[in-house]
Design a protein around this ligand. Structure first.
Ligand code: NAP
Ligand code: EMF
Length: 314
């Protein structure tokens, strides 16, 4: 692939979603830079990035001068920092303001469309932190793209279906199981993120990743998995009432995952709002690219299952 002009710097590039973004950026031909802490434990991955021609910059988010000098070398900044580091992105915003040359900033969103949903308090507090970063980006006048990637597909297939456990006979269903959710394969999320980060049409816009082939209810997902595996599962429903009670009684941060499950699978917040005229939807933006459908994602799990590797709330 020919080298693209735009240089892409990725924070959190060694992370669960960030590593796919680094690889996607390299694959699409962008000179790719990864800002990683000096004490990062992800040494093998960093070596792999280097072998793929990425430039690794070792630094802390507190090192303002270093951040500014790195930013002056690049054009596009993507943050895929972990949830606890969401507020620390203010340091990146400060440095982007000083550097003054950044053409696009994508903060670490990559989930529900936080400006459009109302959720249970523990998850709302989580989303409010991401909303603050969006507002700070806008106020700083930094050109941005806010990406609503919806559910990480492999992560949630692992979470819901336990595909690695061949003995398991039951599957937990949150609520009635009928609400629809958007499940997108991580490798696709990464490719589309790199595309929108460099796309003039996505400047100062929200882009929602909601391809029609990736909207599915829990019950339909289970049926599809039963068809693919030839197995039959006992569905154990957890009522909405019990989930809400757990969100109120579990200590922080254990109250966050149950609140997320409620929003996505009981309320259906990733699929239940209409797209507005001003919204960009990724599968419509790039008719040339093909999303991995939920069916194809389950085929991947049948043949070569990706291992659950997300530490977030486990
Ligand atoms: P992650 O793997 O937990 O972490 C990303 C990177 O952050 C790490 O590899 C590390 O890089 C860096 N980091 C960790 N602790 C740090 C610290 N104290 N200071 C500075 N950097 C630190 O992240 P993730 O799970 O991919 O999450 C990225 C985004 O995706 C978040 O916004 C999260 O909410 C979202 N997400 C969405 C879904 C979904 O289904 N939609 C699922 C999971 C996550 P170095 O070691 O190289 O410094
Ligand atoms: O681990 C998670 O959920 C456990 C059930 C969190 C990390 C997932 C997440 C999903 C989101 O939207 C789909 C975080 C933020 C989100 O907006």
């Amino acid at each position: 692939m020919a080298r693209n002009e735009s240089k892409v710097l990725i924070f959190g590039g060694t992370g669960y979603i960030g590593n796919h973004m680094v690889k996607a950026s390299i694959k699409l031909g962008y000179p790719t830079y990864v800002y990683s802490r000096p004490n990062s434990t992800k040494t093998d991955l960093l070596k792999e990035f280097q072998s793929l021609d990425a430039t690794i910059i070792k630094g802390e988010l507190e090192e303002h001068e270093k951040l500014v000098s790195v930013l002056k070398e690049v054009d596009v900044v993507i943050s895929a920092l972990a949830y606890p580091q969401v507020p620390e992105q203010l340091k990146i915003i400060e440095a982007i303001k000083t550097a003054g040359n950044i053409k696009r900033f994508l903060p670490s969103d990559f989930g529900c469309e936080e400006d459009r949903v109302t959720v249970l308090p523990p998850f709302q507090d989580f989303l409010n932190k991401k909303k603050l970063i969006r507002r700070a980006t806008e106020e700083a006048g930094i050109p941005y793209t806010f990406v609503s990637a919806n559910c990480f597909g492999s992560y949630f297939v692992n979470y819901l279906l336990h595909p690695h456990d061949h003995q398991r006979e039951d599957i937990i269903v949150y609520g009635s199981g009928e609400a629809k959710a958007v499940l997108n394969f991580e490798e696709d999320i990464a490719i589309y993120t790199i595309r929108v980060a460099n796309d003039p049409r996505a400047c100062n816009r929200v882009v929602i990743f909601r391809p029609s082939t990736n909207i599915i209810s829990q019950l339909d997902l289970i049926s599809l998995w039963e068809e693919k595996t030839g197995r039959k599962f006992k569905k154990v429903h957890v009522s909405e009432e019990d989930i809400v009670t757990l969100s109120k009684t579990l200590p922080d941060p254990e109250n966050i995952p149950v609140s997320i499950l409620h929003s996505i699978f009981v309320k259906g917040v990733t699929a239940d709002f209409d797209l507005e005229e001003k919204d960009l939807e990724a599968s419509r933006l790039y008719p040339d690219l093909k999303w991995t459908t939920v069916e194809e994602l389950l085929d991947i799990f049948q043949s070569n299952p990706p291992k659950p590797a997300l530490a977030a709330f486990e």
